[in-house]
Structure formats: structure tokens, C-alpha cells
Design a protein around this ligand. Sequence first.
Ligand SMILES: Nc1nc2c(ncn2[C@@H]2O[C@H](COP(=O)(O)OP(=O)(O)O)[C@@H](O)[C@H]2O)c(=O)[nH]1
Ligand SMILES: [Mg+2]
Length: 257
Amino acid sequence: MLPFGLYLMIYAVCSRPTVSHVFLIGVKLKRFFFSFLVAGKCTQLKTINHLDSMLHLNCDSGRKSRMTTCFRALCCKGPPPARPEYDLVCIGLTGSGKTSLLSKLCSESPENVVSTTGFSIKAVPFQNAVLNVKELGGADNIRKYWSRYYQGSQGVIFVLDSASSEDDLETARNELHSALQHPQLCTLPFLILANHQDKPAARSVQEIKKYFELEPLARGKRWILQPCSLDDVDALKDSFSQLINLLEEKDHEAMRM
Ligand SMILES: Nc1nc2c(ncn2[C@@H]2O[C@H](COP(=O)(O)OP(=O)(O)O)[C@@H](O)[C@H]2O)c(=O)[nH]1
Ligand SMILES: [Mg+2]
């Protein structure tokens, strides 16, 4: 009973819940306690996980993780396994939307997005991995230095503006071709984001695939081409989970070798 009692106290101190919420949790804890005593180890762990999610109803993520850690420590479960981290490079012309998309994934306000000069690094958290994304500024005078920052990358995100002028689209195509053929990137998974899809002038993914000659050029490589826009964060997250799958596959292959 001690761990549950302690957890309830920690919860009450950390989250300042309503009286009815504490009462509800108390009743549930009592029920859990009896089944916990008679259950095997596997069921006990499931019970702990269930409690974790139940007690997370009312509090923010910082408190959640503190409470979960306390409870896991009290019940000898230990902290949850660390999520794998991958280092990625994010390239694309200025204005394609690199910073905005990454900020959106980090739930940051779009008002804080400023033009990237040089480069910036963001840790973008997902449920099963953390992506350390290095965004390289896309201005004309900076692109020639991109390759100096490729070392150590495990994957590539290329963002393009699907509604841009013909000239810009051609420049983007040339940059993508150079990246796909670069010795430090050519074996890595690529996520190509056809952004600005909300604009009427946006080309479709099929048009972009043809124009960028992706089928012949990226044959045998791991790449994903996805339409996206700032206002569809679910589709954006889905594209990133596909990229994480590719990164994990590559990890497993490296382990087998
Ligand atoms: N309409 C629209 N605007 C976007 C989209 N993505 C980015 N933007 C805008 O494009 C501008 C440049 O974005 P930014 O993230 O700074 O581009 P970066 O230079 O590639 O980092 C900003 O004003 C964004 O609000 C999109 O999907 N749709
Ligand atoms: Mg930027």
C-alpha cells in the first residue's frame, strides 16, 4: 500500500488536482491495490502503466514525467527506456518552410519563426524517437556551404515550396539532385516534403515527382515524397513517422551486419 499512498501524496502535491479527482483516484487505487497483490509480475507492470495513464488526466507533461518516474522508482520498475535519437539535416531553399514545419512539430508559436541565417538545431520529439534536426539556411550565398554540415547525419529532410516560381523549382531540383548524389548523404533515408500545398498554385505530388525525376534518380534509395502544409500537422507527423521507420530499418540492418 505504501507506494500507492506515497504516489497519491506526490500527485496531490505536484498537480494540485480537484477534490473529486483525488477521491476518484483513491477509489481506483484501492481496487488496483488488491488485484496488484495477487497478480503476477507481468500484470503488475500493466497495472503500473494503467495507473500512469490514469493519473496523467489533469497535469502537464513536466509533472507527468516527474510523477511517472517517482512511481516507477517506488515500484522498482525503473525509468522508461530512452527513445533512440537520430541526427538529421534539413535543407531546402529559403522560404520553403523548414523552420515553420519544425516549429510546428515542436508546438512552438508560428509568430516566433525568424529567417534562418547559418544554421539552427532543434530536438523534435516523437513518441518513439527524438530527431535532432540541423536546419541549414537556404539563401543563395549559403547553399554552397551545405555540404560542410552533412557529416554525422543519419537522414535528410528536403523541404520544397510546391507553389514557387519555375526558376525556384528548378533551383530546388538541382539542390535535391546534388544532395541525393552527395557521398555523405547518398545512402541515407530522405524525406522530401512538398510544402505549401494549401496554396492554389501548388503542384501536385505526381507533378513534383515527375519534374524532379525522382523515380530514376532515387531508385534503390530509401526516400519518401509527401505533400504537406503548415495547417495539416497530422499529415506532417505521419510523414515523420514514415521517416523514423526508415531510420529504424537502417539501424537494424547495421546491427545485423
Ligand atoms: N501558406 C503557407 N505558408 C507557409 C507554409 N510553410 C511555411 N510558410 C510560410 O513561409 C514563410 C517562410 O517560412 P520559413 O519557415 O521561414 O522558411 P525557411 O526559410 O525554409 O525556414 C513563412 O512566412 C511561413 O509562414 C505553408 O505550408 N503554407
Ligand atoms: Mg529557416
